[in-house]
Design a protein around this ligand. Structure first.
Ligand code: PMT
Length: 397
């Protein structure tokens, strides 16, 4: 799970700085993209060259005079997670008070990424009322502490204050990076199906696949295992397994089969309701006259899923124009757990756009309207909503 993740390690001035070198090496071995920043005091214990050699990257240590005009914000934005190891009493105090007098403290203040602090100091300093207050403030601010452990300390004394071992920091990092859908298996459909008329023509629709692909990407980012059943021509989202289909029949077969293996199905695809009853084997020609194309119904995929004996949590989409009344009726009668209704007639909403205006409707018909948002943001919020629903379900047993 650490492979490819952008991890920033801040090393501050304590003897345990030597253990940070091993921590950084383990992160690199696990495939993480690691950068290191150091305080001046940390460099009294370990040289930046050690970290540069392990990561293959330069080590940042100064707020001013570096190649970048704003190294702290650059690193803060780059990081998916920040580890401060060791975190001295001085650094904890600065972080608790929002001080930014050096690169490490300024980066902690500037980042929106989760911050994991591994304190290391003498027992008296750890137990001092000021440090206790600072730790409480940091925890209240959503910072995560790992350790300290109890054991022998630099001055020959023994007690709490020893930095925990790198493996324990790695475990804490993995927990911190787990998204709200961690462990959830999700199937998402995307795109418009194509129902062939003859070898060159088909009946299609205006779905680009953007909404479904955004949901698949957001679900991956939230920690889910994602299968994307797609009829869209978009680059595959990284981290998702993609099953390519063309027709409603193919989509239905894949989805119903795979539904047995997942916890959630999100049907964002625009599936054709009708298809030509006969597919011509050769191209229809103008010279043969105007053809009459008889249509037949396609399989209703959602209905097949609702009928499954052991069915996953089901999310249907509803393409509406203007009022959500029909969507509310369908949400109550169709037996799905959640309906995402979108107004495909509204400006910047529905097919093809980068934005969407949706309303969530539960199986009782209760509606929650969202403002016009990017599809990426709709997808992110939908994943958070699903995580909440699944947790509620699990709590009820
Ligand atoms: O792909 P984009 O360009 O980003 O556009 C996104 C979107 C507008 C396509 C998407 O947000 C959306 O609304 N998808 C569902 C469109 C649709 O087919 O709506 P519907 O009201 O016709 O169908 C209701 C639900 O039944 C849908 O979840 C659909 O996937 C499902 N269905 C439909 C037909 C069928 N034979 N089987 C089904 O399961």
């Amino acid at each position: 799970m650490l492979s490819g993740r952008r991890i920033l390690v801040g090393v501050t001035g304590g003897v345990a700085a030597y253990k940070a070198a091993y921590l950084v090496r383990r992160l690199v071995e696990r495939g993480a993209d690691v950068r290191v920043m150091m305080t001046r005091s940390a460099q009294q214990f370990v040289g930046p060259q050690t970290f540069a050699a392990i990561t293959g990257q330069g080590v940042a240590s100064e707020l001013f005079g570096a190649a970048s005009v704003s190294p702290h914000t650059e690193l803060a934005r780059w990081a998916e997670a920040v580890i401060i190891a060791p975190a001295t009493a001085n650094t904890l105090a600065k972080a608790a008070h929002g001080l930014s007098s050096d690169l490490v403290s300024a980066t902690i203040l500037a980042t929106t990424a989760p911050v994991l602090l591994a304190p290391a100091m003498h027992t008296e300093m750890w137990e001092n009322a000021a440090t206790r207050r600072n730790v409480a403030v940091l925890q209240g601010d959503g910072r995560t502490m790992v350790g300290p452990a109890s054991g022998s300390l630099a001055g020959g004394d023994t007690g709490p204050g020893r930095m925990v071992e790198p493996e324990e920091i790695l475990q804490a990092l993995e927990l911190l990076l787990k998204g709200p859908l961690s462990g959830v298996r999700m199937l998402v459909t995307a795109g418009g199906t194509r129902e062939p008329i003859d070898p060159v023509r088909f009946i299609g629709n205006r779905s680009s696949g953007k909404m479904g692909f955004a949901i698949a990407s957001a679900a991956v980012a939230s920690g889910a295992d994602v299968i994307l059943v797609s009829s869209a021509d978009l680059p595959p989202p990284s981290g998702a397994r993609v099953v390519e289909v063309e027709t409603a029949e193919e989509m239905g077969q894949s989805v119903v089969k795979l539904a047995q293996e997942v916890d959630v199905v999100v049907m964002a695809a625009a599936v054709a309701d009708f298809r030509p009853a006969v597919i011509e084997e050769t191209k229809l020609r103008r010279t043969d006259g105007i053809p009459e194309i008889r249509l037949e119904a396609t399989p209703d995929i959602l209905a097949s899923l609702v009928a499954l004996e052991k069915r996953p949590y089901l999310v249907g989409f509803a393409a509406e124009t203007g009022s959500y009344d029909t969507a509310i009726q369908k949400a109550i009668s169709k037996g799905v757990d959640l309906t995402v209704a979108n107004d495909v007639a509204a400006e910047g909403s529905g097919f093809g756009s980068d934005t969407n205006q949706v309303a969530l409707i539960d199986s009782q018909g209760t509606i929650e309207r969202w403002p016009l948002l990017t599809k990426v943001e709709v997808a992110r919020r939908l994943c958070d909503h699903l995580a909440g629903q699944l947790n509620e379900r699990a709590a009820k047993g």
